[in-house]
Design a protein around this ligand. Structure first.
Ligand SMILES: [Zn+2]
Length: 211
């Protein structure tokens, strides 16, 4: 059982990925983790990321390709954070074909634009111990202060509202053709991401259990 998890920033892909890995025994392949790993052995990747530059599609696909060579993916995998663009999806399909790997389902966790803004722009993090909060969903006991070390909480630069709006617009521009592409392939499953974590997990599980 091989799946792809799509959805805007703030849709909870990482959280769902971990839950699905635990419940169904598939390997959660997060691009964040794969790139952290790739930076250690690949100088080009390391330099691009260090300079804050966009990693070209062929290099991204190459990192995924290498990860798919490991034995553990035979029990099934769940890709999270890849593909991001139509071009990556097409290149990935070529890789899959040569490896004779089939993608069974592509989940698209749908979250409205303004809801995504609220979720991300409300994030706060403790710079000292790294614990995360959300001003509405999981606020600290004392406003702006960490429950554990009392340090002042900060907002990541990427999480500022104007930047979030830009990030989401870019995401939307790339994801629409991507979702269309998988829709035509007949593998897309729409998940209503407006509700909580547990509800999203139940919706996804339903599709995995019947297989
Ligand atoms: Zn703290």
């Amino acid at each position: 059982m091989n799946c792809i998890l799509l959805g805007p920033p703030g849709a909870g892909k990482g959280t769902q990925g971990k839950k699905i890995e635990e419940a169904f025994g598939v390997v959660h392949l997060s691009t964040g983790d794969m790139f952290r790993e790739a930076r250690k052995s690949d100088k080009v990747v390391d330099e691009l990321i260090a300079l804050g530059q966009l990693v070209p599609d062929d290099i991204v696909v190459d990192v995924i390709k290498k990860r798919l060579q490991k034995e553990d993916i035979k029990k099934g995998f769940l890709l999270d954070g890849f593909p991001r663009t139509l071009n990556q999806a097409k290149e990935f399909d070529v890789v899959l074909e040569t490896r004779q790997i089939k993608i069974d389902l592509v989940f698209f966790i749908d979250v409205h634009f303004e809801e995504s803004v609220k979720r991300i722009a409300g994030r706060r993090v403790c710079p000292s111990c790294g614990v995360s909060y959300h001003v509405i969903a999981t606020p600290p006991k004392v406003p702006d202060k960490c429950d554990f070390c009392c340090n002042l909480l900060v907002q990541r630069n990427d999480d500022r509202e104007s930047i979030v709006r830009d990030r989401l617009k870019i995401y939307r521009k790339h994801s629409e053709p991507l979702v269309d592409y998988y829709k035509r392939a007949g593998s897309i499953v729409y998940i209503d991401g407006s509700k909580g974590e547990l509800d999203v997990f139940k919706q996804i599980s339903k599709h995995l259990e019947i297989r």
